[in-house]
Design a protein around this ligand. Sequence first.
Ligand code: UTP
Length: 298
Amino acid sequence: MKTKKITKAIFPVAGLGTRFLPATKSIPKEIMTLVDRPLIQYAIDEARAAGIKEFIFVTSRGKSALEDYFDYAPELESELRKKGKTDLLDILKDTNMDSGAIAYVRQNRPMGLGHAVWCARRLIGNEPFAVLLPDDVIAAERPCLQQMIEMYAETGGCMVAAMEVPMSKTSSYGILDIAEDQGSIVRVKGMVEKPAAGEAPSNLAVIGRYILTPKVLSNLNRMKQGAGGEIQLTDAIAEEADGKSGVFGLRFRGQRYDCGSKIGFLQATVAFGLSRPDLGGEFETFLHELMAMQKAAQ
Ligand code: UTP
């Protein structure tokens, strides 16, 4: 199938992050760090590895730390240069974006993920695009978005990253109504936002990676109010299930951490800490000792 190359990605970062209050009173959730890199850096690295060239942030008040993070830091860099700290200068290089590669649009009220994506419509135009939610961090041999873009080249249409969740947890996710299950890829006939356990059409949940056609933006234009009074992205995608090109879910290979929740953030911190060659050994010893101390104290 002939599909257009995906070169633009939207990063919606305008949410309030209330689950991390009080920290998020003054720090954007996306700047919180897993070991030594903020959540947003993991999402940007994944997008770059998948061939994304234009990065569109949907921001809100109080998120200026994010803009600064991707800018040059002339004083810091010249100080490091003077001290010959080339290793640290190399680390900083990953955070610098070329002029014009990154664009910011504002969502002036948190009206939901669908509304946030819609805010970027003028920068997307008439081409397919990716959406990455930085609070979903995915550890994978091949980056999740790359897996999706490769599969999209075969299927066309819209694609969401999908993973199996326990039936008791369906009310926390958008859930796929499956028309045809082909293993790693499923064709979708509908999507339900946060269904109660007994009412979920499957246990295959949508997580924060999407490839969308511009048609989804025109669906959002109609601004229907879905579950919870917010403008839901899943509703706008689901409308495409009956369309010519369809909607697909990809069971990606990798481990997803929900860093928008405290428990997910803690799990990711431990997993990423353990996997770091420079820290893993010492950290593992510490965890064993801590567990042993806690057991002894019981
Ligand atoms: P969440 O559902 O995690 O909401 O949004 P939140 O506000 O970030 O966090 P809590 O629930 O209050 O703790 C998922 C993603 O969608 C973005 C968020 O920034 C996050 O990346 N989002 C959500 C927006 O950009 N705008 C919105 O109106 C809502």
